[in-house]
Write a protein that binds this ligand. Structure first.
Ligand code: 8X3
Length: 258
């Protein structure tokens, strides 16, 4: 049964990877999509494509989730235009660097904490009150297996994703008595631009993360988000942890060494 047709979905960080895949999968279900990225022109093409392909409303918005005032103004503008989202997918997030804590870049830490934790909070705080007022909504946080198990050299990224898990659980508690659901979808090894961002554009190093194995794809994660969002209203999926079959633990990956 399709419960997503006609719903409005706001997806942060939707210019590529999991965010763009979510836009495609939700639009394919007939959901209207609000696509956001730091630069609106990076999502305008996708919005146009989805509107013509699926006959849904698709808007492209400039949104930097780390800009507290900008986020609040964006949510107020959506409300004014009658575009309050039914579903929020907090997807904007990143890893920067892979270092022991004693060697870590404090700039990297700020970037991860500002985006993965504070950005998620700013967007949620801006969008959630209207959901509470309507007593309807669903927040899906894109977490990570890094929020469940720490791994070597991942301390601060791990900490941000542990925070995402804590916030997802805490939001569920705070929303008891409402119809609003909160879920986190926590992927393991997923081939996107994630590693290229983590390694500051070092394509060779990024490629080696996914080589000789069979990682998840952005489509796999989007598929899970659709499943979570489409669950019947009385079902609240708290946490969906997923790894490729070739992985059973962070860093524990079956590779064909041929
Ligand atoms: C992505 C999964 O294991 O590379 O968050 O941190 S992992």
């Amino acid at each position: 049964m399709n419960r997503l047709s006609g719903k409005r979905v706001l997806i942060t960080g939707s210019s590529a990877g999991i965010g763009a895949a979510c836009a495609r999968h939700f639009a394919a279900q007939g959901a209207h999509v609000l696509l956001s990225a730091r630069r609106a022109e990076r999502v305008q093409g996708l919005a146009d494509e989805l509107a013509s392909e699926h006959g849904v409303e698709a808007h492209a918005h400039a949104l930097d989730v780390t800009d507290r005032e900008g986020v609040a103004a964006f949510a107020a503008e959506l409300s004014e235009r009658g575009l309050d989202p039914d579903i929020l997918i907090n997807n904007a997030g990143k890893a920067k660097g892979l270092d022991k804590l004693q060697d870590g870049s404090i700039d990297h830490w700020d970037e991860m904490i500002d985006t993965n934790v504070k950005g998620l909070l700013y967007v949620t705080r801006a969008v959630l009150p209207a959901m509470v007022e309507r007593d309807s909504g669903h927040i899906i946080n894109i977490g990570s297996i890094a929020g469940r198990w720490v791994y070597p050299k991942g301390a601060v990224y791990n900490a941000t994703k542990f925070a995402v898990r804590a916030l997802s659980e805490a939001m569920n508690i705070d929303l008891l008595g409402t119809k609003i659901r909160v879920s986190s979808v926590d992927p393991g090894l997923t081939e996107t631009e994630f590693s290229e961002v983590r390694f500051d554009g070092d394509g060779e190093r990024a490629k080696s993360v996914y080589s000789d194995t069979d990682p998840l794809t952005a489509d796999d994660i989007a598929d899970a988000c659709v499943y979570v969002a489409n669950a019947p209203p009385h079902v609240d999926i708290f946490n969906l942890v997923m790894m490729p079959t070739v992985q059973r633990y962070p860093g524990h990956i079956d590779r064909d060494r041929g």
